[in-house]
Design a protein around this ligand. Structure first.
Ligand code: PLP
Length: 394
């Protein structure tokens, strides 16, 4: 078999998750196995768990799974609902639709609100839907905080305010998989009952550690939920010292998580959010420059109030094959980006700017994108890098 071509220099990983893993996090995980009931590990586990609670701004229970985000979704849904329960999932992209499809498989009666993918939920539509539910049949409202497929964010406090204004008792579930550790999220203050989370984005860890955080209302709902479950069942997990695992505990990711949370707190959680915002603004400035006055690339999100600070989806001019463009970026410049999902397949590409990232890294990615736009003959105005630097300096 022919050897793969060599890509000299550093691989620029600009996917919207998984993300770059800091050297010290990799080093923390580079150790031999120890028994997961040993005191040494339990101390690490406790520190990591407490750090995660601080990042979530909560005192809620946290249940961990050896799983990606899909496992965290599944673990959450099977613990809260019974077949036939009605829930409302706010649509707007591939991930909200996938959450709905997964839930429906368990016999949950899912209503997926179909919303404009470029703009996101009209809040008035949610209010009207909850107002119409006078019998309170809707058991939960589920929101993807950051729709990674479109780079559109949902304002969770506004959704909480609607639930409160309508005095609606539904549980409020938030998928924070691509927002946690990237931009503001506050579980308790925002009245979120359940959080679904994963390890591989803002937490800067490998894929494989999913979790649910469950507040008191969620723990009460769990007691009557009848969907069959075994590995994910919270009831036996609550009896265990490592609160949270059925079977063997993956020890090494907790060494990594303790270190990644230490890094986040060393920088300061709010400083981490501010850095993500600064880098995101630079990406958006570059895209605006590329698309200025021509039929060039444009920001997929058309609602500036909902721009994502962790990922930017970029719409390519009609007829440009997005996946071929991404292949060019990877093959020629060693830059990896995300592609379009579902109905956006081939139409957009996504630059992830979450996790362990700085100005030089984002400028490197943007520079390669601008070179590749030229190579591919895609109409665009040059100077995206200048616009990004201006944004960084402003
Ligand atoms: N939810 C969101 C918002 C995501 O971005 C993703 C993955 O990118 C998932 C859920 C699914 O997570 P995973 O791919 O780890 O199963």
């Amino acid at each position: 078999m022919a050897e793969a071509p060599r890509h000299p220099g550093r691989h620029f990983f600009a996917n919207p998750g998984p993300t770059n893993i800091p050297d010290s996090v990799m080093a923390a995980m580079n150790r031999n196995s120890i028994d997961f009931v040993e005191a040494e590990f339990l101390a690490v586990y406790d520190e990591a768990r407490a750090g995660l609670q601080r990042l979530l701004f909560t005192n809620a229970e946290i249940f961990f799974y050896t799983a990606s985000g899909h496992g965290a979704w599944e673990g959450t849904m099977v613990n809260l609902f019974s077949p036939g329960d009605k829930i409302l999932i706010i649509g707007g992209g591939y991930f909200s639709a996938a959450w709905a499809a997964l839930s429906a498989k368990f016999g949950i009666d899912v209503e997926l609100m179909d919303v404009d993918w470029r703009h996101g939920l009209p809040l008035a539509a949610l209010q009207a839907r909850l107002q119409a539910d006078t019998a309170h049949e809707i058991k939960a409202v589920c929101a993807v905080h950051n729709e990674t497929s479109t780079s559109v964010v949902l304002e969770l406090p506004a959704i909480r305010a609607i639930l409160d204004a309508e005095q609606h008792p539904a549980l409020f579930l938030a998928d924070t998989i691509s927002s946690l550790g990237c931009f503001e999220f506050r579980m308790d203050a925002w009245g979120i009952d359940v959080v679904v989370g994963g390890s591989q984005k803002g937490l800067m860890l490998p894929v494989g550690l999913g979790f649910s955080a469950a507040g008191p209302k969620a723990l009460a709902a769990h007691k009557t939920a009848t969907i069959p479950k075994f590995y994910f069942d919270w009831t036996p997990m609550l009896q265990r010292r490592t609160r949270a695992f059925t079977g063997s505990v993956p020890v090494l990711p907790f060494y990594g998580m303790r270190e990644s949370l230490r890094l986040i707190e060393q920088e300061g959680i709010e400083a981490v959010w501010a850095r993500h915002h600064r880098l995101a603004e630079a990406v958006r400035a570059a895209v605006r420059r590329w698309g200025a006055g021509n039929a060039g690339p444009e920001l997929f999100c058309t609602n500036p109030a909902r721009y994502s600070d962790s990922v930017t989806a970029i719409l390519l001019p009609a007829g440009i094959p997005g996946d071929a463009f991404r292949k060019l970026l990877l093959d020629k410049y060693n830059v990896s980006t995300g592609g379009g999902l579902d109905r956006l397949s081939g139409k957009i590409f996504r630059i992830g700017h979450m996790g362990d990232l700085n100005e030089a890294m984002i400028l490197g990615t943007l520079g390669a994108v601008e070179l590749a736009l030229g190579d591919a003959g895609i109409p665009h105005q040059s100077g995206g890098i200048m616009a990004a630097m201006e944004a960084l300096q402003s």
